[in-house]
Design a protein around this ligand. Sequence first.
Ligand SMILES: [Zn+2]
Ligand SMILES: [Zn+2]
Length: 304
Amino acid sequence: MFSIVVSCTKDKVQPKEYETENVIIIVMDGPRYSETWGDSSHQFIPRMANDLAPIGCIYTDFYSQGETFTIPGHTAISTGFYQYIDNGGLELPQRPSIFQLWRSRHNAPQDKSWVIASKGKIEVLANCSNLSWKDQFSPMTDCGIESGGAMSGYRHDSITFQNTLDILSTHHPNLAIINFREPDFSGHTCDLEAYQQGIQDVDDYIYQLINYIETDSLYQGKTTVFVTNDHGRHSDGVADGFCSHGDPCDGCKHINLFAFGPDFKKDVILSNERELIDIPATIAELLHFDIPNSNGNVMIELFK
Ligand SMILES: [Zn+2]
Ligand SMILES: [Zn+2]
């Protein structure tokens, strides 16, 4: 009996120490991989290709394995679970979010965690329907028009970009997600040039945000950034191609992931298969909290 007690004590795993103190997730809404890293010319993502890839890791086989719509994709990132959930902002995620779990674990103030989004409906990420967690440890939100909540419509990404800089400099959140509505918004108009321009605009916002993080005294050297997509769009030849999305075709499921941070390797292209729910699993590892029962896996290949 005594030996069992000793053995349990000896085997207790100590949490690893990381340089990371803050994690920022940036979502470029709905580009196809074939117009981001999957296009070898990288013509629509010059910042990602020239300035960001050298300082982080890019995945060539990263997928959404859930429904390929905005709210399901964002919910997978924020909860660690794929869930059939209304895409109009009429339904809360079932499970507590990483924002709630992190705030609860570390007893963190509300303004240290944020959901910032061009699309108002993304505000549903801030809460969940699980009665043990509903209205508990919620993050701050700045979503849609006039912060009017889940049904407040969409705002231009330039507003989201400026609001993000204001929030980062004022509150210095430790954990935040930022959604840019492009290129999804223009993709739905079926205007190819506007869709491609949307990718380039967000590519530049992403670069400027990471540049801010790396020059801010409280963020530099302590901040991990994940840049990904909530879903892709139909492959050419599937339905109306880039104009829409929502089925399990490769164009809808295959997305981009860039990961940057003080604990991660630099200038590495990774070709092992990963998926959206592995992002929250990796964040939970970095920031020392648990996501009970999630099937997401820590992306150990990222770490130095
Ligand atoms: Zn869409
Ligand atoms: Zn599709």
